[in-house]
Design a binder for this molecule. Structure first.
Ligand SMILES: Nc1nc2c(ncn2[C@@H]2O[C@H](COP(=O)(O)OP(=O)(O)O)[C@@H](O)[C@H]2O)c(=O)[nH]1
Ligand SMILES: [Mg+2]
Length: 145
């Protein structure tokens, strides 16, 4: 499995996805620093919320094979600017989280559009809570070694 680096706002579901992909139970844990797991690099939301920290993100990206931009569909704030994926010297995919909170599908579509504009080459939609869509992403990460 390739090692991913997860990037997104605080609360987007990055740490939860790390737990789910590693078969752990969901347990809220604030991410205080960049954390290196075997198959993932989990980053604090501050790194994408504060442009001054972008440089640290792009340096850390060197340790990953694939960058994952994570957007909570229920979060109206869009932090990924158009073309932002180009700041990483690695392939970039997008993940829309919390689809369980989206009754109409409208928020999921909006979040996916933002990720596409940001330059993500592929977009997944999932819920860390119900597990919907998780298998597809994990399969993708396992396949494309
Ligand atoms: N409903 C719902 N809640 C989620 C989902 N993923 C994460 N959460 C919750 O959102 C909060 C923030 O998640 P966390 O993984 O810590 O976000 P991070 O800051 O990006 O690492 C926690 O309370 C999670 O339980 C999801 O897919 N659906
Ligand atoms: Mg976290």
């Amino acid at each position: 499995m390739r090692r991913i680096m997860l990037v997104g706002r605080t609360g987007a579901g990055k740490t939860s996805f790390c737990q789910v992909m590693n078969g752990q139970e969901l347990r809220y844990q604030k991410t205080q620093a960049i954390e290196f797991l075997d198959n993932a690099i989990d980053t604090p939301g501050e790194y994408v919320e504060n442009r001054k920290l972008y440089a640290a993100l792009s340096v850390t990206a060197a340790e990953a094979d694939l960058i994952v931009l994570v957007q909570d569909c229920s979060d109206r704030e869009d932090v990924f600017s158009p073309g932002m994926a180009a700041m990483f010297d690695k392939p970039v995919i997008g993940v829309v989280t919390k689809v369980d909170l989206d009754e109409t599908g409208e928020q999921t579509r909006h979040a996916a559009d933002q990720l596409e504009l940001a330059g993500c080459e592929k977009i997944f939609r999932l819920s860390n809570v119900t597990g919907a869509g998780v298998r597809e992403l994990v399969d993708y990460l396992e396949q494309s070694e």
